[in-house]
Ligand binder design. Sequence first.
Ligand SMILES: C[S@@+](CC[C@H](N)C(=O)[O-])C[C@H]1O[C@@H](n2cnc3c(N)ncnc32)[C@H](O)[C@@H]1O
Length: 242
Amino acid sequence: MTRDEIFARATDSTQYDSSTLDWPSEGSLPSPAMQPFRRSLRPELGDLSGKSVIDIGCGTGHLYTLFEELGARTVTGLEPSARNVAQARREFPKLALLHSSLADARPGAEFDVAVAVMSFEHQPDLRDAFRRVFGMLRPGGAFHLIFGDMAFHLTPRLGLRLESHEMPDGSIVIATGYPYGTIHDVIRPREHYERAARLEGFEIVRCVEMLPTPELFDVDPRWRDFASRPMAHLMVMRKPGR
Ligand SMILES: C[S@@+](CC[C@H](N)C(=O)[O-])C[C@H]1O[C@@H](n2cnc3c(N)ncnc32)[C@H](O)[C@@H]1O
């Protein structure tokens, strides 16, 4: 595929409805692949009592159980894939769902906490994406963003098929062939996220490296080769105010 074709596929919000991609098998609550995200988010989110939470690109909605356990008052999932929305509705009936891409969503500034896990890899314009999340938060609201590490995504690993191209701005577009199907992503250096977030008004609180967790070593011992290498980053930021 050309660079432009991978970019177009990566930012097509219906990618996860492809018949050749079995995301529900990878992205559901019991999947070992989801546990690193839950482990990283839990201590950073802390007590969510009384708070309204939105999960941007919520996939199968598996984070609902974490937000509920931490005391969230309401949880909303924003998700453009019809198949993921259907699965989330079936599994988590108390999760309010907005069937929409981030660019098409129109909520007001009604959330205390926004979370996005590996969904900014599908946003065509980072600044626009941060602007929209900023607009959804109340003053003082927090945004927890998990994004993939560039070196990790470019490294041959676990027998996966990789096809990548560099973009003029220093990001890469990559098609990764997993056993459950091919995912197309835009992977950006951490500085791109930090710059775009600040330009849209966020204060960055901290950025935490996410390492592989024991659940992954149990699935495939080759994960141990990556035990000390970040596979993603959790950036915590705040909308000023209050
Ligand atoms: C790698 S999956 C991650 C799903 C979920 N956050 C998780 O951790 O399991 C990426 C998700 O982003 C969603 N997505 C793709 N394009 C999007 C867009 N433009 N706006 C919001 N979500 C999007 C996909 O449909 C998919 O569910």
